[in-house]
Design a protein around this ligand. Structure first.
Ligand SMILES: *[C@@H]1O[C@H](CO)[C@@H](O)[C@H](O)[C@H]1NC(C)=O
Ligand SMILES: *[C@@H]1O[C@H](CO)[C@@H](O)[C@H](O)[C@H]1NC(C)=O
Length: 481
């Protein structure tokens, strides 16, 4: 109840701030530098402690939503146009991204569906079996969608049939005790703290990036990619995809794909649905657009391998509560036949601090040891297959046409992966789950698993305030205290 009240507070503040956010858009985009450190959210009146040194320890008790802000790190390496890509077969780095007003849709809202680009991308669905499932309502909450909930298994709706996945989904790292490292919702200035830590520990991760953040922090996306991390799609505005029309889903995926390709020169072949909200309609649209869905792992007891770091950012739990509950879930690693994919976020300072000072640190010193890998690598996908331009596997994602128009300008611009027969793939897998993920079928969906919904609020908050709108962030902080 308290949770619900807090979440609706978050959501209504998010709504109020949307217009403010839109007004700030042009100004923000005009600036090539990242937003200034949000020192206004420093409640204790302490001066910011300066650039965060990821080796510098911090007490877990300090990690709360109102913690003092520290300066985000600045870039230590710059990459020139033409630099050799870290992925075999990928094109050289393009010229640095320059934001052009009018080229990109508004940030953090579902892009319009009547653009030439979206019309072009809709053609990618031709020849694919996109099931005619109804659009869900109210942030895809199970109880608000009784018919869809009752049919969740037939619909392949992960949100309300917990544990239900399809054979085409990547849902774990196959090797036992392997930890798939992933960060959602960036790139953000705090991502650099993650990058520094990962570099020092020689760990690679997968970044599921939001298109609205990519056009805002393109240089940070370049740093992630050039450092050898995997880049995947996490939509344009971070909506529950089952609540969107087919055209809207195409717009969400298409614009994010285009933003990443423009910045990096490569187009991901994987995606993660925000909140894990996917059904067979969303799934097959993604597959038709050349994107394999990746979710995080559910344990045999039905718990999600979710660090719940977003709850700390949202002021719902303390840092130590988050660490304790994740450690309890993590105990399941020893009884699982496979490894697992973990959900973390790089949009907030506090979630980044949790990751580098606690979650990943304890993973590294765990006994028995975990092997930390990015998702594609842990799942056995060659790095080159993670991007359309370098992919050599004609059945990954699935057989696709040779005429994909990623930038949506009406001219095919990327070759398919050596495909002989284009456009007939049918991603409507009939497989029900993969082994360990079946433990909780028939659960009550959102009722027992508040993570997707709550992540919703936190993420809405994040995209609207976390980096974007500092005044609103202050307001959010005061509301949640
Ligand atoms: C598995 O996770 C649950 C939390 O969902 C926890 O209560 C349980 O103790 C864990 N099992 C093991 C063996 O650690
Ligand atoms: C190509 O992709 C398919 C589908 O994911 C996979 O089963 C197969 O092992 C891949 N082949 C290679 C050579 O990686």
């Amino acid at each position: 109840m308290k949770l619900t009240a807090t979440l609706s507070a978050l959501l209504s503040v998010a709504a109020v701030s949307a217009s403010h956010n839109a007004r700030d858009h042009q100004k923000r985009q005009a600036s090539p530098s990242p937003p200034p450190p949000p020192s206004t959210t420093n409640p204790g009146g302490q001066a910011p402690t300066g650039a965060l040194d990821p080796t510098e320890s911090i007490a877990l008790s300090q990690l709360t939503s109102g913690m003092p802000e520290r300066e985000a790190l600045t870039a230590t390496t710059s990459y020139e146009a033409g630099a050799t890509a870290p992925v075999s077969g990928a094109p050289a780095l393009p010229t640095p991204f320059v934001f052009t007003p009018g080229v990109w849709p508004a940030q953090d809202v579902v892009p319009p569906t009547d653009s030439d680009e979206v019309k072009e991308w809709m053609k990618e669905l031709e020849g694919f079996d996109i099931p005619d499932l109804s659009v869900t309502v109210e942030d895809a909450m199970c109880d608000s969608n009784p018919e869809a909930k009752a049919a969740a298994e037939e619909r392949g709706w992960w949100t309300c049939a917990p544990g239900l996945t399809r054979d085409t989904d990547i849902i774990n790292c196959p090797d036992k005790m392997t930890w798939g490292v992933s960060f959602d919702d960036g790139p953000s200035p705090y991502s650099r703290t993650v990058l520094k830590y990962l570099d020092e520990q020689d760990i690679k991760a997968t970044f599921f990036v939001v298109g609205s953040r990519v056009i805002e922090s393109p240089d940070i996306l370049v740093e992630e990619y050039m450092a050898g991390h995997e880049i995947s799609i996490h939509t344009w505005s971070h909506r529950h995809l089952t609540t969107l029309t087919t055209e809207e889903i195409v717009a969400e995926l298409g614009w994010t794909r285009k933003a990443i390709q423009t910045v990096l020169g490569v187009t991901p072949t994987t995606m993660r649905p925000p909140y894990g909200d996917i059904d067979d309609r969303v799934r097959n649209i993604a597959l038709a657009m050349g994107l394999i869905p990746i979710i995080w792992t559910r344990t045999p007891s039905g718990a999600q391998m979710d660090t719940e770091d977003w709850k700390v950012a949202g002021g719902l739990v303390t840092g130590s509560q988050s660490v304790d509950s994740f450690n309890a879930i993590l105990g399941n690693a020893s009884i699982m036949d496979t490894g697992f994919i973990v959900l973390q976020h790089d949009l907030y300072q506090v979630t980044v601090d949790l990751a580098v000072h606690f979650t990943l640190n304890s993973a590294l010193s765990h006994d028995p040891p975990f092997t930390l890998k990015p998702i594609g690598e842990c799942a056995g996908v060659p790095a080159s297959d993670l991007y359309r331009e370098s992919n050599t596997n004609s059945s990954f994602p699935i057989v696709e046409g040779e005429d994909t128009d990623v930038d949506g300008d009406g001219t095919p611009d990327t070759p398919g992966a050596g495909n002989e027969n284009g456009g007939n793939g049918n991603g409507n897998g009939n497989g029900n789950g993969n082994g360990n993920d079946n433990g909780n079928n028939g659960g009550t969906g959102n009722g027992e698993s508040d993570s997707p919904d709550a992540e919703g609020a936190a993420s809405v908050a994040s995209s609207r305030f976390g980096v974007v709108c500092l005044a609103a962030a202050t307001l959010l902080g005061s509301l949640l205290v």
